[in-house]
Design a protein around this ligand. Structure first.
Ligand SMILES: *Cc1c(COP(=O)(O)O)cnc(C)c1O
Length: 374
């Protein structure tokens, strides 16, 4: 039986043909396709200004410029995320301030944010882990009360909703990722949704060397921007993907429903929240490690032998070597550490079929049943 990876992008022939036509067109870097993708994304996000870049990491780096983050400023976030969320704050001279997660949602625990606010706090950087949205009403109530900016790390939640409204179509700055593992891809890429045309113009400067084109054909540079522009080849991939995002997400939801129906509940796995508002970027379970006679590493190896690829998203980031060097240590964020030590991402991508889910569930039972203590 063919190996089932934990994720795989779906690129259709029409998109491949479109990429080929860009390659033949004589203009392959940022140009009309990039502009078309930005226009389509703006419509997707309720008419708000959107600009694309080569990664979500880059989009968030520029977001920190837009909010004017200064050395020493603090940003409140979660350690249960891809490490980019935190690295960008450090690279901008700021300080990530972690609070623990809510063990039910595995997202930042909003109850802990106010106690972490200091005179240096500038922003909150929430992450919608696995596509499950953080409570936007409570998030923005806290931000507004304390005059804080919000940079939503929605890398995993494009197409998810809060109270029926699409994430990114309201709120402050919102970043999405087009990495191949995300719900839509440009191969590599990301975008920032902003509030005003002025922010979008400033974003464009940070995106490309600080350049402003002048009417007389010359240019000026008034800030030291970077190099983040997305190519038209990548944008052509994104245009083909964006059209299918809703279909992809609907399919992900169906597959998630099948997991809920088919996973053997006696195995003691902690399942994700059964949310209608998630985009089902990932289906993550927690292993009952204290009842298991094998490690997570051995579990992953045995699933692989059974033909099923699984992922770990993510080890608690404050326990990485670099972060330990900053003084973070075990026991600081117990729920984050518990999830980090026991989480497993099961295969979930739109091209899966029902029998793939059944295969995964059968493999879970076959691998776990012999290694569970009572
Ligand atoms: C993927 C991801 C990122 C980074 O996205 P890139 O496009 O790879 O830079 C940031 N945060 C989270 C939560 C992610 O899942």
């Amino acid at each position: 039986m063919e190996f089932l990876p934990f994720t795989r992008p779906s690129i259709d022939e029409e998109t491949i043909a479109d990429v080929a036509s860009v390659l033949r067109s004589g203009w392959i870097t940022s140009g009309p396709k990039m502009a078309a993708l930005e226009a389509a994304l703006s419509e997707h996000f309720g008419g708000r200004p959107v600009r694309v870049v080569t990664s979500a990491t880059g989009a968030m780096e520029i977001a920190l410029r837009l909010i004017g983050l200064q050395p020493g400023d603090e940003v409140i976030t979660t350690a249960m995320t891809w490490v980019a969320t935190s690295n960008i704050v450090i690279n901008a001279g700021g300080k990530p301030v972690f609070v623990d997660i809510d063990p039910a949602t595995r997202n930042i625990d909003l109850d802990l944010i106010e106690a972490a606010i200091t005179p240096h706090t500038r922003a909150i950087l929430p992450v919608d882990l696995a596509g499950l949205p953080v409570d936007r009403d409570r998030l923005y109530a806290i931000a507004d009360k304390h005059g804080l900016r919000v940079i939503e790390d929605a890398a995993q939640s494009q197409g998810a909703t809060w109270n029926g409204r699409r994430i990114g179509s309201f709120g402050d700055l919102c970043s999405v990722s087009f990495h191949p593992n995300k719900n839509m891809t440009t191969i590599e890429g990301g975008a920032l949704v902003m509030n005003t045309p002025e922010e979008a113009r400033l974003f464009e400067k940070w995106r490309l060397q600080g350049v402003t084109r002048l009417p007389d054909g010359t240019m000026d540079v008034d800030l030291p921007g970077g190099k983040y522009n997305l190519t038209d080849v990548a944008a052509a991939v994104g245009l083909g993907q964006l059209k299918r995002l809703d279909t992809f997400n609907k399919r992900r939801r169906e597959l998630a429903d099948r997991y809920f129906a088919k996973i053997d509940r006696t195995l003691g796995l902690a399942l994700p929240v059964e949310s209608d508002e998630s985009n089902w970027h990932m289906f993550q379970i927690l292993l009952p490690l204290d009842r298991m006679t094998i490690s997570r590493g051995e579990f992953i190896a045995r699933m692989k032998e059974a033909g099923v690829g699984v992922g770990v998203h993510y080890p608690a980031l404050h326990l990485f070597t670099y972060y330990r060097g900053l003084g973070y240590t075990d026991g600081m964020y117990p729920h984050t550490e518990h999830v980090g030590a026991s989480t497993i991402s099961l295969p979930l991508f739109p091209a899966m079929i029902e029998s793939d889910v059944d295969r995964v569930c059968d493999a879970l039972s076959a691998v776990l049943t012999p290694v569970l203590r009572d």
